[in-house]
Structures are given as structure tokens and as C-alpha cells.
Design a protein around this ligand. Sequence first.
Ligand code: FES
Ligand SMILES: [Fe+2]
Length: 448
Amino acid sequence: MPAPHSERKIKSSRFSLIGCRTDMTPEQNQTLTLTGPGTPMGALLRRYWLPFLLAEEVAGPDCDPVQVTLLSEQLICFRNSQGRLGLVDEFCAHRRVSLWFGRNEEGGIRCPYHGWKYGVDGRAIEIPSEGEAFCARVKLKSYPCVERGGVIWAYMGPADLQPAVPEFEWAMVSPGQRYVNKRLQNSNWVQALEGGIDGAHVSWLHRGALANEPMRIGSLGAKYQNDAKPRMEVMDSPTGLTIGARRSADGADDYWRITQFVLPFYNMIPPYGDHALHGHAFVPIDDQHCWVWTFTHHPVRDLSADEHAALQSGEGIYAELIPGTFEPKANRANGYLMNRADQRAGRHYSGVPGIAMQDASLQESCGPIHDRSRETLASTDTGIIMARNRLLRAARNLERGEQPPALDPQSHHLRSASFLRPAGIPFGDIVDEVVQAGAGPGLPHMSI
Ligand code: FES
Ligand SMILES: [Fe+2]
């Protein structure tokens, strides 16, 4: 039974970290960021279900095989003739050619080089030149997959420790209440995650662009977010962190925005008014690339056709993609479509249009793996420091045999929130009420 927030350690960061340097060494930075086979963080991430494809990428039986790189492992995903999902080693067991060239037909994927054929569990089901005994010895590495919430998830950890399938609200609501997409980011997953839980940058970097966020228009929160000096408060939660950004509303009240960080890489972004909720997952492809998933859902109604169209076209926190790919149209090669006139005029505070690419451009600018030993952290970075510590602690504890947090699907039944409370009320006095209020299926969210 998790302790209520009020019994948990409360970290208030108003002044305590100003000018502090992080204690993070280059070695700790490696431990935090690298997720390939044999790494501590890789071992931790392999204990969770990982969202890695949109369901439409493997739309039906005998679909085209899809090349997948996940946690630096090269794999192939396909559905067999019965519609069952397979995620197996990309390279044929025979002479290691890519099964992306494979023929996916009649219950398995056949390598076109010499005709070896594999089932969704990676077992060879036919080796034309050899006998049955030879065939029975051949098996490709394979991982279980499931479909939920319009997304394909993989489990790459020990078979006997496979957890139940995640129950994040966006994945459990009806398809009409949800929109999901992903974009490629050319950076390590941790710097993307850190941007996702950094509530302090919103009033700066996204100033201007926020005015056009379709899931924000007309809300009271949009007005109060103009206070560019939020006070950040962070608490450990059983699943990760609960992060509060307090801004002055009108003197008598504080405007609170509550972000949830759920291990290993999810965030839940505070909503505005009756608009839908957003969240992200930052999933490592390899150490220098990640998928930035974006999930939008409304707990009690379908998204309107206009909302759906806006998200699909890359508005708000979604990026406009190059058609037929998950690569953003604005990218390093074209300067992220930087517009200095817009920068000067304040239409886009950094000059880069679009919330998603404002984030991605700066996160990619740090280099593929950001060197955390050279930072100068400030009071607004408390959430980021604590998230790093939670991840490192979970990886260390796993090496000692302790189970990772947030494996139980019940622990995914969380929401972000935004609300007003009388000025000066301590974070610890409100957080239990707001996080639990309305966090049930079919109940409206807490949002102004
Ligand atoms: S390399 Fe695949 S069958 Fe020979
Ligand atoms: Fe951002």
C-alpha cells in the first residue's frame, strides 16, 4: 500500500538549488542514458512493456514486415496469416540477411535468400534443404507483443517476469476518445523525457506558440500561465514523481499545474479547461534516437472531427511529419524552419514554429547524448534531478533484486490536473485531493 503523499518526502525547490551544479559524473550519465543489452538502464527498461509501433503499421494478416530498432536491438515486426503479432531478430539465422526482404505469407516469414521460414515466436518452421531435426534446432530471438490503445507494445525482459499489459487511461478509452502518434527525435531518450517534465520552460519557449494550441484555447489556465516564474514543487510518488508548478493567478489564488512522471518514460501533461488530456512516452530506439509518442484523450467524450484533424495535421504538441514517415518536416537539415522575423516579433519565442519542434530542436542541439556533468542546475530543475535519481535508483535496485516501480497496471490509473487554490497553500495539502479527484474511468478531469 503506497504511503499517501502527505507522508512522503516533500521537496520544495524555491531557492535550495539555485546555482548548484549537478553531482552527475560522466559515468553516471552513461548509466542513465544507455539502454542497449547488458546496460543497467537497459535491464530496467526491459522489465516494462514498450510502445513501439502504431497498430496501423502492421495493419493486418500477412502485412509488410516492419524494421524495428528498440533499445539498440534490430528486429522485425509482422503479423502472420492468422493476424498474430511477431517481433523477432531482424537477421535470418542462416547467413544473417535482413528479413525485411522476407515474404510474409502462409503462417510465417520466409527469407528470400534460401527459403528458411520462421513463425511469430521466431522458431524455424521450414528449412527446405534440411531435415526436421535440423529445423527444430533453429530459433530466432523473439519478444512478445500486444496491441492496446492503437499501439503495439513489446516486452523484452525475462519471460517469467512479464507484467500485465499497461492500463494508461488513453489506452483504455474507446478509439473515438483518443488520438495517438509518434515522431522520430535525433537525441537520447533522457533529454527528451527531461523536456517533458520541465514545466518551467513552457512560459518561455512556447510563448506565442501556445496561443494556437487547439487543446488550450479559451481556458482560464491559458491566461494564468503568463506568469513566467513558476515555483516548482516535486514529490516522490509510488510510480514516479508528482510535479507541481505554482503560478500566481490573481493575487488571491495560485494556479497549479500538476504533471505526472511515471517510470520509466511517461509523462502526463496538465490539461486546459474542458480540452483533452495529453501525455508522452519517450522510448529509446538506440542511444542516439528515440520515439516521442504523444497521446491525447478525453475521459468523457469523443474528440471532435476538428480536434482530430488539428492533431493529425501536426498542430498543438504534435509535429507536422514528412508524409509516409514519422520524421518531422522541420529538422536539423533545414534549421528547423527557423524564422528570425517571427523570433523578433515574439510569434515564436525561439523562432522555430510549433511546440513539438521547439522542444525537439533544443533537445537535439545538446548533441545526441547530453553531457550532464557540465550543467548548472537551478531551482526549476528539481523535477528533472529527481526523475534522474528515480531512474538511477530503480536501475540500481533492480541489480540488487528489487522489483521496478509502476509495473502494476493499477498504478497507471493516474491523471495530470490544473486548478486554482488559495495562495500559499502547501503542495502537500492539495496533491492527494487533486490527483485522486476525478481519476476514475468515465469521470471528468480536474482542469481549468
Ligand atoms: S540467409 Fe536466410 S535462408 Fe539463407
Ligand atoms: Fe515543451
